[in-house]
Design a protein around this ligand. Structure first.
Ligand SMILES: *Cc1c(COP(=O)(O)O)cnc(C)c1O
Length: 491
C-alpha cells in the first residue's frame, strides 16, 4: 500500500512514512495511491464486530504489509484501552431516523482521541522497531494539544513541543495540557494568536539547524494516520444502522475537513453513504464553495465553536484532488491561486459531482445555542456546541426513519461550559477526567512570539540530554530531562 502526494512531485511513501509526516515535500498532502475496496459482501461480514475488531479490519486495509496482524491488534487494543465507554463510540438513537454517535469517550474528551491515541501507539511502535527518535512540534487552538499530549505522554521515543496562544484557549483546555508532568512533554504559551503559533511551527520545520539536530514529526490534522483511524467509526455507525443494504447519512461539525474526509474515505472504500453534511459555523468558506463553486477567503471570526474557527480547511485539498480526477497539476494551480489571490473556482460539472455526496451548511452562534437548548428540553441531554452545529444542520434538512442520519458528537459539553450555561442556564457536571485537573499544578513556559526563542529552548534541551544506550538504541535518552524541565515555570 503506497501513498502519493496531491501535487504529484513528491516521493511515494509507505504507511509508516505517511503516518509520521506532515506536508509532502512538494507542499501537497498524502493520499492512498489506490483506494482499498470493500464489496457489499465484505461489508456485511463486518457486522457485529466490536469497535476494536472493526478498527483492526479497517486500518489493516491502509497499513498493508507495514504492520502484521497481531501487532496491529495489540496497537489497537492499547490505543482504545483507556476510553471510558465499553463500546468506545456508542450510538444513541433520537427520533425519526436521527442518531448521535458519541465520539468523546477518550481521555481528553474530544473526537481527536480516536485518531491520536492510535497514532501515538503506532508511532511509538514504529520508532522502536527502527530504533529512532522523533521530535514533534505542534500548535493548538484547543483540543488537538491535549489529545496529542495524552497520546504520546511517557513515550521514550518521542518528545512533544506543543504551542498554544497565551490566554486564548479555555481554562479547561489549558489545564488539560499543562497539568501533564511527563518529561517528554513541553508546553509553551506564545504571546500571540493561534496563527502566530502555527507560523512559528512552520519556521521551525524549515530551519536547517533544527533539522540537523532533530528528526521532526507532525501530528496536525493533515497526517494520514489520523484520517485512517477516523474511518473506523463511520463503518461502526453505518453497520449498526443496516449497512450495506441501508444507506446512511452523516452530519459532521467541520473545521480542517479531516473528519469529513475520513467519511469520504469510507464512501470511497464502498460504504453506502447517502450524504455527508459539512457543517460549519459562521466561518462558512465551505458552504460558500458548495453554493457557488468558488472558494474565497474572508478572514476568521471567533465563535462559540472555537475548534471550527478556521479559514482554509487544510484537508480540503485531498477532496479537491479526487474531484479533479487526481489531476495534480490542476490542484497545484488552484492552491497557488488561493495563496496568492485568496480565491479559486472549479468548473460547474465538478461542483455538480461534489454535490452528489456532500451538502454544506452554515449555522450561526444563535442557532447553535438554540440547538443546545432545544435538545436539552426535548431529551434532558446536553450536547457540546460543535455537536449542536451538526444537529442544527441535520434538523434543518429534515430526517425520517427510512433515511438514517448520524450526527457526529465531537466533544464532551463540559469542555465548553460557558456556552452551555449561556444556552440552558445551568452548567455541566464535570466528568472526573476534568475535575481532577483542577487540583493539579500546571507547568508551562510563556514565550515571546518568535521562533528564535523556541529554537533556543529546543537546542538547550537537546544539549542537556544525557544520552545512554537503552536496549540497542544509541539515540534514546535517559531521564535527566528533569534538569531542564524544572526551569519550565508556570507563566
Ligand atoms: C477538531 C474539532 C472539530 C473539527 O474537526 P476537523 O476534522 O478539523 O474538521 C470539530 N469539533 C471539535 C470538538 C473538534 O475538536
Amino acid at each position: 500500500m503506497h501513498y502519493i502526494s496531491t501535487r504529484g512531485h513528491a516521493p511515494k511513501l509507505d504507511f509508516e512514512q505517511a503516518a509520521t509526516s506532515g506536508l509532502a515535500l512538494d507542499g501537497g498532502l498524502y493520499v492512498p495511491e489506490i483506494w482499498p475496496a470493500l464489496s457489499h459482501k465484505d461489508i456485511a461480514s463486518l457486522r457485529g464486530l466490536s469497535y476494536r475488531d472493526l478498527a483492526v479490519k479497517i486500518i489493516s486495509r491502509f497499513t498493508g504489509d507495514a504492520v502484521d496482524a497481531s501487532e496491529l491488534r495489540s496497537l489497537v487494543d492499547s490505543a482504545y484501552s483507556n476510553f471510558d465507554h465499553h463500546e468506545i463510540a456508542p450510538l444513541q438513537k433520537l427520533d425519526s431516523g436521527l442518531h448521535i454517535l458519541e465520539l468523546f469517550h477518550g481521555p481528553t474528551l474530544s473526537f481527536k482521541d480516536y485518531a491520536l491515541q492510535f497514532l501515538g501507539k503506532f508511532m511509538d511502535w514504529s520508532l522502536n522497531s527502527r530504533m529512532q527518535q522523533l521530535t514533534i512540534v505542534g500548535a493548538t487552538s484547543g483540543d488537538t494539544g491535549s489529545a496529542a499530549i495524552s497520546a504520546v505522554t511517557g513515550s521514550p521515543n518521542i518528545n512533544l513541543y506543543m504551542l498554544h496562544p497565551f490566554g486564548r484557549v479555555s481554562d479547561m483546555q489549558r489545564r488539560q495540557m499543562t497539568t501533564n508532568q511527563d518529561v517528554n512533554i513541553f508546553n509553551y504559551a506564545v504571546d500571540g494568536t493561534f496563527d502566530d503559533c502555527q507560523a512559528i511551527v512552520k519556521t521551525i520545520f524549515n530551519d536547517a539547524e533544527v533539522s540537523r539536530q532533530f528528526s521532526l514529526g507532525a501530528v496536525n490534522s493533515i497526517n494520514w494516520g489520523r484520517i485512517t483511524a477516523q474511518i473506523v467509526y463511520y463503518f461502526y455507525a453505518a453497520l449498526q444502522l443496516g449497512a450495506p443494504q441501508q444507506k446512511v447519512s452523516f452530519a459532521v461539525p467541520t473545521g480542517n475537513f479531516g473528519n469529513v474526509f475520513a467519511g469520504y474515505s469510507a464512501f470511497r472504500m464502498g460504504l453506502p453513504i447517502e450524504q455527508i453534511l459539512i457543517c460549519s459555523n459562521e466561518n462558512d468558506i465551505l458552504t460558500r464553495f458548495f453554493d457557488r463553486g468558488r472558494m474565497w477567503k474572508q478572514g476568521v471570526k471567533q465563535t462559540v465553536t472555537p475548534s471550527m474557527d478556521i479559514e482554509v480547511s487544510s484537508n480540503f485539498e485531498r477532496f479537491l484532488f479526487e474531484l479533479l480526477d487526481r489531476n495534480s497539476d490542476e490542484v497545484t494551480r488552484l492552491m497557488r491561486l488561493l495563496t496568492l489571490e485568496g480565491a479559486f473556482m472549479v468548473a460547474p460539472e465538478a461542483l455538480e459531482r461534489a454535490r452528489e455526496t456532500f451538502s454544506a451548511h452554515r449555522v450561526d452562534d444563535d442557532e447553535t445555542c438554540r440547538a443546545i437548548s432545544h435538545h436539552y428540553a426535548e431529551t434532558g441531554e446536553i450536547v457540546d456546541p460543535h455537536t449542536a452545529v451538526a444537529l442544527a444542520a441535520a434538523k434543518k434538512i429534515g430526517t425520517d426513519a427510512r433515511h438514517p442520519m448520524v450526527v457526529l458528537s465531537t466533544a464532551h459539553p463540559a469542555k465548553f461550559s460557558e456556552t452551555i450555561e449561556r444556552s440552558i442556564g445551568r452548567d455541566v457536571d464535570l466528568p472526573l477526567q476534568l475535575s481532577r485537573l483542577l487540583a493539579k499544578p500546571e507547568r508551562y513556559r510563556r514565550i515571546s512570539n518568535s521562533s528564535d526563542e523556541l529554537k533556543k529552548l529546543m537546542l538547550s534541551v537537546w544539549s542537556q540530554l544525557c544520552w545512554q544506550p537503552r536496549k540497542l538504541d544509541p539515540f534514546s535518552h535517559c531521564c535527566c530531562f528533569g534538569a531542564c524541565v524544572s526551569e519550565v515555570s508556570k507563566q
